[in-house]
Ligand binder design. Structure first.
Ligand code: UDP
Ligand code: MN
Length: 462
């Protein structure tokens, strides 16, 4: 009898817990889907047509209820925290295993290789609306209908297909057709299969006229890659973008307008952040570019005087440096001031080199806060970071030796280990500096970046 009672109670408990488990499941799915929709604004009915084949196939046959959990919990948190949280939810040993393996895939395929969440990207529309992050002052501005036409140059290496195509669609969606001369994609010797035939086919079918695809037969790095793009471009203005960007409303007009007024004006949009975990688009504060003596770029506050003029927060911001490769420049002027240093490798340093050169050789560099472009702020992981750091050091040495005069000693104070490192032949760049009649680095510091702190150098040994 006692045994029988226990059996009955046990069955009751089992049924109750089953019902609770099912309810819990439904609840979890509900909050996770809503969480996803909150974090990732979606728009446009269709998601894109082609997925990276290797990737999509491995996810398409999971039980339906598992899928929303791939973007589980507060994805704003670090992935490790997600994984810990996941371990606390016991679904069933079998499903847990599948789920856990997928989290691993996000980690392995996404974050290790690309530094952002591929799974979310692959499920987002190519045509999503991003929030209009411009200030009221900017929204009230209008621009002449006649502006110089732009060639958009996007160099990529092993980019995620959905991210690359969202970048291209976003340019097309957000740019008046009469201002968009062409989009030039430079494939910097990517290895992924889906960037070969699939990409070619997609471009041919969807943008037969506006988009050109150039393939590098060997890996050139982003510096020579962008130069190849510029050489093939025929628009009046060149606009360089990374392969993981999304354009905001009226992003191009303010840039073109600034260049139309002054052809030596080089302009950057204000770069909004697309979160690497959630792909959520967030406005950035108004900041300008600076650098540290180890030749790393840094964001810094804009001097209040810049914001207190008649244009207020819509005023262009004089910037000592640019952040990276998102900027617009008159094509003729780009060649006139010596493009980039083609002796620089893979990645890094070119943004400071072109910034110093623009200011020292008679140009101007401004951030235009009424132009907003979102950029995925990737998380860097080991192998890529190592490769990039090596080229950054090499490139930094080149730029220090060509442009920084006696102030290169400030760099060596920070990096004494680099003093005797190889940096290749710089004679052409030294010659360019002479030909252009560029000013000294002292002039740059005095006039463009007086806030930069100079450190005392140790007394020289005899
Ligand atoms: N890139 C390239 N070749 C390389 C390294 C990078 O074409 O050897 C591309 C990359 O795909 C991206 C752009 O150059 O579109 C800028 O690189 P990344 O986004 O890594 O730079 P960051 O945003 O970190 O400055
Ligand atoms: Mn980038």
């Amino acid at each position: 009898m006692r045994n029988n009672m226990a059996h009955q109670v046990g069955r009751g408990c089992f049924l109750t817990s089953l019902i609770w488990t099912v309810l819990f499941f439904i609840y979890l799915n509900y909050i996770q889907v809503n969480q996803l929709l909150k974090n990732v604004p979606r728009n446009g009915a269709e998601t894109h047509q082609i997925f990276p084949t290797k990737f999509s196939s491995s996810f398409s046959n999971f039980p339906k209820q598992i899928r929303p959990q791939l973007k589980i919990n507060d994805v704003e948190n670090k992935l490790d925290q997600d994984i810990k949280a996941t371990n606390n939810i016991v679904i069933s040993p079998e499903l847990d295993k599948i789920y856990y393996e997928n989290i691993q895939k996000i980690r392995d395929l996404g974050f290790k290789q690309h530094g952002f969440n591929i799974l979310i990207s692959n499920q987002l529309s190519y045509h999503r609306d991003v929030p209009d992050t411009r200030s009221m002052e900017c929204k009230g501005k209008s621009y002449p209908s006649s502006l110089p036409i732009a060639s958009i140059i996007i160099c990529f290496h092993n980019e995620v297909l959905s991210v690359l195509l969202r970048t291209v669609h976003s340019v097309i969606d957000q740019t008046p057709p009469h201002l968009l001369h062409e989009i030039i994609l430079i494939d910097d010797h990517s290895e992924f299969d889906y960037l070969k035939e699939d990409l070619h086919k997609y471009i041919k079918e969807n943008f037969p006229e506006k988009v050109k695809l150039i393939r590098n037969y060997k890996r050139e790095g982003l510096i020579r890659g962008r130069m190849i793009g510029a050489t093939n471009a025929t628009g009046e203005v060149l606009v360089f973008l990374d392969s993981h960007c999304e354009m905001n409303k009226m992003w191009l007009q303010p840039l073109l307008f600034a260049i139309q007024k002054d052809y030596r004006m080089v302009v950057c949009p204000l770069i909004d952040a697309i979160n690497a975990y959630t792909l959520k688009y967030k406005p950035s504060p108004i900041l300008r570019g600076g650098f540290t003596w180890n030749l790393h770029f840094k964001w810094e506050l804009v001097p209040p005087s810049n914001l207190l003029g008649p244009e207020g927060v819509a005023a262009p911001i004089k910037s000592p440096t640019m952040a990276g490769g998102i900027f617009a420049i008159n094509r003729r002027y780009f060649f006139e001031i010596g493009q980039y240093d083609s002796g620089m490798n893979t990645w890094g340093g070119e943004n400071l080199e072109i910034s110093f050169r623009i200011w020292m050789c008679g140009g101007k560099l401004f951030i235009i806060p009424c132009s907003r472009v979102g950029h995925i702020s990737r998380k860097m992981f080991s192998h890529k970071a190592q490769e990039f750091m090596a080229s950054l050091q090499y490139n930094s040495l080149r730029l220090a030796h060509v442009w920084m005069d006696e102030y290169k000693e400030q760099f060596f104070l920070e990096r004494p280990d680099l003093r005797r490192k190889e940096y290749g032949n710089i004679s052409e760049r030294v010659e360019l500096r002479k030909t252009l009649g560029c000013k000294s680095f002292q002039w740059y510091l005095d006039n463009i970046y007086p806030e930069m702190e100079i450190f005392p150098l140790p007394a020289k040994e005899n």
